[in-house]
Design a protein around this ligand. Structure first.
Ligand SMILES: C[S@@+](CC[C@H](N)C(=O)[O-])C[C@H]1O[C@@H](n2cnc3c(N)ncnc32)[C@H](O)[C@@H]1O
Length: 233
């Protein structure tokens, strides 16, 4: 059994950060990733091969870019879920088609009974969860048999040269630009710290299997900067 440190104040701090940076999140996200984040979401959805009649819950949806990509690929029944009210408000502004279906909730406590969803997606959110095993058990509870969970998340690249460049970018350049634009001192310092700690301690494939998913597989993208993990119930 994998042990993951649970910080009692993590929930409050993460929510505070995203409420505070919601207004600049999209701009910074696309700037700091040079737009590659769009490709990562698209690729993750292609690997999932979601049908048009899927019933999708996009957890930690933030301002909604993963759900919006799923919509572009033809999925009609989409629910967005996040615990930051400010991030959800920006999502609502970008997507009149989803209004009324976005819900404010924590991934660790899903207010749904039974096996309702065919798919759950999480892009760049799992690292922030305050209790990942608990969230994955919730996912397994509300997903239909044969349904899939798709997780897109950063990781530390293994290639030594890429790792040096990655560290320089994440530790010095990204926090500087992040601070200047978002005005939140801790937000973009927290990002690289949490990626490093996360990669050392968390095996998403193992955790999904422990939560009740029959199979789970990892795909690495862009020199291993990002992983897509797909679990099947
Ligand atoms: C980096 S953003 C990702 C947003 C979006 N998925 C994307 O691809 O741009 C992470 C989001 O996860 C949300 N979040 C973090 N922990 C959460 C939790 N335990 N339950 C629900 N939402 C959470 C934050 O509020 C934030 O909106």
């Amino acid at each position: 059994m994998q042990t993951i440190p649970v910080h009692s104040d993590k929930k409050t701090e993460v929510k505070r950060i995203f409420d505070s940076i919601a207004g600049s999140y999209d701009f910074l996200n696309h700037l700091l990733s040079a737009g590659v984040d769009f490709y990562w979401r698209k690729k993750a959805l292609n690997l999932t091969a979601m049908g048009k009649d899927a019933i999708l819950l996009d957890v930690a949806c933030g301002t909604g870019d993963f759900a919006i990509e799923a919509r572009k690929q033809g999925v009609r029944h989409i629910y967005g879920a996040d615990f930051s009210g400010n991030m959800l408000r920006h999502f609502n502004k970008k997507s009149d088609w989803i209004i009324g279906k976005n819900v404010q909730l924590a991934a660790e406590h899903l207010p749904f009974t039974g096996e309702y969803f065919t798919n759950i997606t999480v892009a760049f959110g799992v690292r922030n969860f305050y209790d990942i095993p608990m969230a994955f058990k919730e996912f397994a509870r509300v997903i239909k048999p044969g349904g899939k969970v798709t997780i897109l998340e950063f990781r530390m690249p293994t290639n030594p040269l890429i790792r040096v460049l990655y560290n320089a970018y994440f530790k010095y350049i990204l926090p500087l630009i992040g601070r200047m634009v978002s005005k939140d001192k801790s937000a973009y310092t927290y990002l690289p710290e949490s990626v490093e700690e996360f990669d050392k301690n968390v095996d998403l494939v193992k955790l999904l299997k422990e939560a009740g998913f029959k199979s789970a597989a990892r795909h690495n993208l862009t020199f291993g900067l990002v992983q897509v993990v797909i679990g099947v119930k």
